[in-house]
Design a protein around this ligand. Structure first.
Ligand code: SAM
Length: 287
């Protein structure tokens, strides 16, 4: 436990998929005036420097955000991807890609004054950095950071007072039990707050728990007659010689009706930009 630091992975292909969808969710959900509650159960440290020792060591952003960044402005055709890149440009106004936003920064940037952001982070170092980073935003009580288990913390947040909420569950899956805890958290949350929008990120790896998670989540959503959408991205053929994550997915419950069409447009383009060999591709299913 606690060997995972998101700084090693910031801006990789999995972050690109997750954060591009997060931007779309927040843009859509802030169209209505009523306050929106965003709960980020596994927040990380808020944002990252891609020139830090951590990020440089793995250089994962080179095959992630850096590939989109170096495209001339206006060349990205899909709005889901171009809106995401535009947001990252705000964080890097000099035109050089130095900062990469984590989910807390993205949520903060897109929330309005009536909205609230509830962050959970358990790693002692990342929790400290997150608290310092959030203090810099001068958001007052709009954003809270709690150094407690995000799965446990989520319970007390639901349902949100405004009955409008987005929950991002983005564990590091360092421990196998995270998969079961995600499914349990969704089952429990749907009982407390059936109309919430839920986004669960998961790695696609050679592990039974990982492969079963989307089906488990679709059953939980189906049992409550909730709509769902599952999108996954593979950037190359998995091989023993080349280590590292090649595939990840995002499972959404009660997604905005606009998301499917936005992804149908964006995913072929994303595969074209991030794909490294003929094994690259995407899947999009929904019900
Ligand atoms: N959501 C972040 C983003 O998109 O920028 C990235 C989060 S990273 C994948 C997962 C984070 O969860 C790590 O920072 C890890 O320390 C933290 N973590 C692991 N187990 C946790 C738990 N049970 N509760 C809260 N945080 C946890």
């Amino acid at each position: 436990m606690f060997s995972y630091r998101h700084a090693f992975h910031a801006g990789n292909h999995a972050d690109v998929l997750k954060h591009a969808v997060l931007v779309h969710l927040l843009q859509y959900m802030s169209r209505k005036e009523a306050a929106l509650y965003v709960v980020d159960t596994h927040a990380g440290s808020g944002w990252y420097r891609l020139d830090s020792d951590y990020a440089q060591k793995s250089a994962e952003s080179k095959d992630g955000i850096a590939r989109l960044w170096k495209l001339p402005e206006g060349q990205i055709k899909s709005s889901l991807l171009s809106d995401y890149v535009s947001l990252i440009r705000i964080l890097n106004p000099d035109g050089k890609l130095i900062f990469y936003p984590g989910s807390p920064w993205i949520s903060h940037r897109l929330l309005r004054k009536q909205d609230r952001l509830r962050l959970f982070e358990l790693h002692p170092t990342d929790q400290k950095i997150l608290t310092e980073n959030v203090a810099e935003l001068r958001a007052g009580r709009q954003i809270t950071v709690q150094a407690i288990d995000g799965f446990d913390g989520l319970k007390a947040q639901l349902p949100p007072p405004s009955r409008r909420g987005l929950v991002l569950i983005d564990p590091s899956y360092e421990i196998k039990t995270d998969y079961a805890r995600v499914a349990q958290a969704i089952a429990d949350s749907l009982k407390r707050f059936a109309t919430g929008t839920y986004a669960v990120w998961y790695p696609i790896i050679a592990l039974r728990e990982s492969q079963q998670l989307p089906e488990q989540l679709s059953k939980l959503a189906g049992a409550q007659n909730k709509s769902w959408l599952n999108v996954s991205l593979t950037v190359r053929t998995a091989s023993i010689e080349q280590r590292g994550l090649v595939s990840s997915g995002l499972f959404l419950i009660n997604p905005p009706y606009t998301l499917k069409a936005a992804l149908q447009e964006a995913m072929p383009e994303l595969v074209e930009i991030l794909g490294q060999d003929r094994g690259a591709g995407f899947e999009l299913t929904s019900a």
